[in-house]
Write a protein that binds this ligand. Sequence first.
Ligand code: ACO
Length: 408
Amino acid sequence: MALNEYPAEIVEKKRDKNGTWLYYVHYPEYTSLKAAVPNVFPAVDKRLDEWVPGARVSALGAARPRAGRAAEASQKMTRRLKRQYAEMNHVGANVEELPPLDRHAEREHQEKTKVKNIQVIEFGKYEMDTWYYSPYPEPHASCERLYICEYTLKYFRKKKTLLRHLAKTKARQPPGDEIYRSPPPHLDAPGYTGGAVTSPQLSMFEVDGKKAKVYCQNLCLLSKLFLDHKTLYYDVDPFLFYVLCERDARGCHVVGYFSKEKDSLEGNNLACILTLPAHQRKGYGRFLIAFSYELSKKEGRLGSPERPLSDLGAVSYRSYWMREILRTLRDHAAAMSIKDICEATAIKTEDVVKTLESLSLIKYWKGDHIISVTQKIVEEHLKTIAGQKNIEIDTDRLRWQPYKARTV
Ligand SMILES: CC(=O)SCCNC(=O)CCNC(=O)[C@H](O)C(C)(C)COP(=O)(O)OP(=O)(O)OC[C@H]1O[C@@H](n2cnc3c(N)ncnc32)[C@H](O)[C@@H]1OP(=O)(O)O
């Protein structure tokens, strides 16, 4: 195999307008996960799948990924690691292991979604490559490029139609209640030298799936472009959507969201989370996760995300849990029980135990889990994560009541 060639599987082929063959290829040995993260592996990372002209495919099934998109980390999965990943994230490691009906549904889903339909979206001032298939209705489903209004989430095949829509619509923010607005930057903040404030101001909106049905359905269709396995698109009534926006003089620009069941029997405090690719790795994912736990604290309940987690979901949650638990231990001089940590953070017991295990800070003694840590060890662990991007939530600014308390 030549340099810069990668093993590839051909998933589909088609002819372009000029009759040239194009191949839809999957790179089985590569992932777009940016760094090797212990025990977190994409089951199948389809994010780099793409159409390539025949000239870029060699006879042995090797292709050259588009410049700039080449996978940065090669993580071959051993069978053992695959099983570990599946166990941690409650994902079936193998379709064959599912019950017959689920197996059939899973195969059908895989067949339908194996080739992504929309390649690029224009959203506000950003253009973003998509990652996965999303069931937009026809004729939009067959568009290579979709133009999406960042305020209403309506989608268009042509830019001029989007511009006409923007000229007509008055919407400049999500259709819900603004429940949080970030504090203005402190004038004594490090790096502030006077003049215009450049750091984005954040607003969080709560949008009710029942009251703003079309907006929420459009949000689900949009998020499916970046989520492989969530299947909620149309039945949005039982959910609340927490939409995070950067705010400026023109309006509120969506950067991410999470959804939450109004009444989760499993005690989930988050169903689905997304940061749009143009805004990833700036700390917004952690902010959204932290926000979901702040809501759980107000409800007086422990919470956990709905499973399965995606690979990116798993890294983000593990990083969040680790930091929160270590900070809580530090603030209490490391003298806490597991129950104390759960109460302070609203993180479900199982997630606390797994996180402490991964840090080797827990012992199993006489049938019970015991935390085994000193303040010094906590400080040392905290030093290793000191560089994390963290946007603090000022809880005094959260205006929110549990859904159940509002409806009785
Ligand atoms: C319950 C569920 O919904 S599971 C599905 C989760 N959602 C998805 O998979 C949709 C697509 N992915 C996403 O939307 C985003 O990647 C999210 C929401 C998971 C994370 O959002 P981001 O805004 O990028 O997260 P943020 O910047 O706060 O980073 C959180 C942590 O994850 C890590 N992380 C995020 N992306 C990556 C990546 N590509 N590779 C390695 N680590 C990553 C960050 O390094 C950070 O950890 P650190 O502070 O210890 O370094």
